[in-house]
Design a protein around this ligand. Sequence first.
Ligand code: PLP
Length: 451
Amino acid sequence: MGDALQTYLARTGASRRLHERARRVMPGGDTRTSAYWAPYPVFIERGDGCRIWDADGNAYVDFVNNYTSLILGHAHPAVLEAVTRELRHGTAYAAPLGAQVALAEMLVDRVPSLESVRFCNSGTEATLFAIRAARAFTGREKVIKIEGGFHGTHDTVEVSVSPSLEAAGPADDPRPVLASDGVPGRVRDEVVVVPYGGLEPVERAFQRYPGQIAALVIEPVPGVMGYIPPPPGYLAGVRDAVRRHGALLIFDEIQTLRLSRGGAQELFGVVPDLTTMGKIIGGGFPVGAFGGRRDIMDLFDPSRPGSLHHSGTFNGNRATMAAGAAALRVLDEAQIARLNAMGERLRAGLREAARAAGVTVQVVGVGSLSSFFFTDHPVTDYRSRAAVPGSLQSLLHLHLLNRGVYVISRGSLSLCVPMGDAEIEECIAAVGDALGEMRPDIERAAPQLLA
Ligand SMILES: Cc1ncc(COP(=O)(O)O)c(C=O)c1O
């Protein structure tokens, strides 16, 4: 990493000191694994629009947006105004609230699969309860999950998130691999893992466990894998297989809801039984939600005998509901179309910058979600993603930080409303510049990528 690392260390002394202090009271100096990178992440002190400033005063254009959740950027006036107005009346009560109904109505109006919805505080809770509902509704226990798919951190979904290729078995019939120590071994028997993009493995999974599969859970455009577009007909084929085998289809739209007014399900014209949501529907505040068919969601109706228990002290709290509704009001069809078109321009510009620098890369993505990978093979699933050299991805991340461009360290970027052509150009120029400087590193790690 040489010069890039030296530059980073020189620019971020205040963050380094804060990190050292933080390590004394928090493991690794943070309260969240996903926001860590070596040697230490920068501490961000403030954000405004699409820009953030770190503890040393360095400014960045923010293409992370708190992992895609801040689609209006930082401190958007509509969100600030709504939240301050609401908070005058308190934060949360042990009672239903009109603001919950208002946000639920907006979601039901927008998202094709939603007839009924419940709020929680994170995406993890959303997928936990959607899967629990599917198990309760079908009376079955197994869940089909996509290899490399990320759905939060509860036990059932902590399987084959980023397995080592030695442990993962054959590509067309992957072995379930626990993603974390501490997840009970029995979870391996609850989860059937299939590769993204193929219908045969899905059919085989249902045939291998007849009458045992409660649900198939999938991100329509897998995020951690790099926002890979679904092959034509794939989601419809999955929909069909799941229905034929009497299971439920769960779309995890925690990231993809931003792709159209009604999420990826509207974009691709495939309606699941249940949908999980998060991120943008909280307007920047902690949130999750799950919903779908009324006959399934009615399992949570406490006026019915034997209903499913779903609690959460801060579910549907006043600030989150107000911020979420304010965000969705701004996010009309025209605004989403503008963001998606900017995403297309960004991907085209990144490809052109790489071509001009003589470096072969893959730029993938859908709408306002994009990724940049150092590989000459198309990235179509977990295995092709896992073949990308992590060292080059990390080095590019550091180079971009040094140039004031904040991206997800694995090479992904999301756009937000305050961005315009200037920010897209700034990002493309920074990547082009970084690639030029990285040539010797690319020569060492992956010489086949250099023209
Ligand atoms: C697709 C997907 N599902 C679930 C989650 C978990 O959401 P949370 O971090 O709010 O628990 C995430 C978070 O990044 C996600 O991207």
